[in-house]
Design a binder for this molecule. Structure first.
Ligand SMILES: Cc1cc2nc3c(=O)[nH]c(=O)nc-3n(C[C@H](O)[C@H](O)[C@H](O)COP(=O)(O)O)c2cc1C
Length: 375
């Protein structure tokens, strides 16, 4: 090997090392051929060229599957990714092929049929002006013909051969009102993952019964509400959040403790420990008991699931609790969990807002996060 070759080999290796230190925002280049077949590729070699005319350049490997259709179509879109789009990076750089890539993310077509990513930091639609082959790549200059820009600043950064800071730079304050079931079953983990991605967004959370959550949102005392479906929500926008199921918790020495499943009617022979008046569980149980024309003997009312389960363990009654919570207490206390043979024990927890479009950016990010987890 000649000195020159050795040198160029060393330079290439060092060049690669050097480029790993150049942090870039990840984008997806997208286009479609005249038959509507979509093509897309993860790219960081994207740069603005001039403001007059508004133009940018991309560098595309001539062997990439998008290369030929891109030049043939003469138009493309640069979709700048957010921290919510990590999954797209691998999908569009080899994990998936062809139009299957577009099953990841919310893709739509613009008026000219070019696919764009809804929810991207921004979408820049371009007509190809100049193509310069260079080495393994084509340098393509595009004239920007259309721009959509999102409010938040949450770039997905690639450095050192991997995704780097995947934290959002969006700041703000979100006021949440949530019922006990959402707080006990799902919110701790969901807010933990939200905080990890959005460390600059402050959260204020207040527990209320679902009807009071609906009022708080309607009166603008809270930006986002989490409820168990049941209360009238009027003009509010409602998104499904999670599903849960009520089960019966009984002391381990109780006559129903050995049963796997019971009907609600059978349980009405026994004293209950209930949650406070106005909680959805209480309202639901009272409603069904009155439909059956049987008394619901609720001897004690408490405001938390731990108090409820302690009362049950002490033999003061039986109670109804979401299954996830019941299973946790069954490990720690001398109580048993019995399934209820009723359709109404399956419940939907929901997100309520006044208007999704009118939410502040920080609250919108939280709603997007919760909806993504609910999918
Ligand atoms: C973070 C990242 C950035 C990339 N940037 C570019 C780029 O700017 N230009 C390019 O041609 N390939 C780039 N690639 C590689 C292509 O996305 C990848 O080779 C793609 O799979 C090639 O397309 P194909 O599989 O459709 O043939 C990048 C890959 C990653 C993971």
């Amino acid at each position: 090997m000649s000195d020159n070759q050795t040198n160029s080999g060393a330079v290439t290796a060092e060049f690669k090392r050097a480029m790993r230190r150049l942090a870039s925002t990840v984008t997806i280049i997208s286009t479609a051929d005249v038959n509507g077949n979509r093509y897309g590729m993860t790219a960081t070699a994207v740069s603005s060229v001039s403001m007059d005319p508004p133009s940018l350049l991309i560098c595309v490997n001539q062997n990439a599957s998008i290369h030929a259709p891109l030049l043939e179509r003469g138009a493309f879109c640069i979709n700048v990714l957010t921290t919510e789009h990590e999954e797209l990076v691998n999908a569009f750089s080899g994990r998936l092929t062809g139009s299957e890539r577009f099953t990841v993310g919310e893709w739509r077509d613009d008026a000219s049929g070019i696919p764009y990513l809804d929810g991207a930091q921004c979408n820049l639609v371009c007509d190809i002006d100049t193509v310069m082959p260079f080495g393994t790549h084509s340098i393509i200059i595009g004239l920007v013909t259309g721009v959509r820009v999102a409010e938040g600043i949450t770039p997905l950064i690639y450095a050192d051969g991997k995704l780097a800071a995947s934290q959002s730079l969006t700041t703000g304050h979100v006021r949440i009102a949530a019922n006990l079931s959402s707080i006990s079953e799902f919110l701790p983990q969901d807010l933990k993952s939200f905080r990890a991605k959005n460390p600059l967004i402050r959260i204020h959370l207040e527990e209320k019964v679902s009807t009071a959550v609906v009022s708080a949102v309607a009166e603008n005392a809270a930006d986002v509400g989490l409820i168990t479906e049941g209360p009238k929500t009027g003009e509010l926008k409602v998104f499904p959040y999670r599903r849960d199921r009520l089960v019966l918790v009984v002391p381990s020495a109780h006559p129903l403790a050995a049963r796997d499943i019971v009907s609600f009617t059978e349980t009405l022979a026994f004293d209950y420990v209930g949650l406070h008046t106005g909680s959805q569980i209480n309202l639901q149980v009272q409603k069904v008991a009155s439909e059956l024309d049987q008394p619901f003997k609720c001897r004690m009312q408490v405001t938390s699931y731990d108090a409820l389960c302690f009362m049950i363990e002490a033999g003061l009654g039986i109670g109804m609790v979401p299954e996830k919570i019941a299973q946790t207490y069954a490990k720690a206390l001398d109580v048993r969990v019995v399934k209820l043979d009723e359709d109404w024990v399956e419940r939907t927890l929901a997100i309520v807002v006044r208007s999704y479009e009118a939410l502040p950016v920080a609250a919108k990010r939280l709603v997007d996060h919760l909806r993504r987890l609910s999918a």
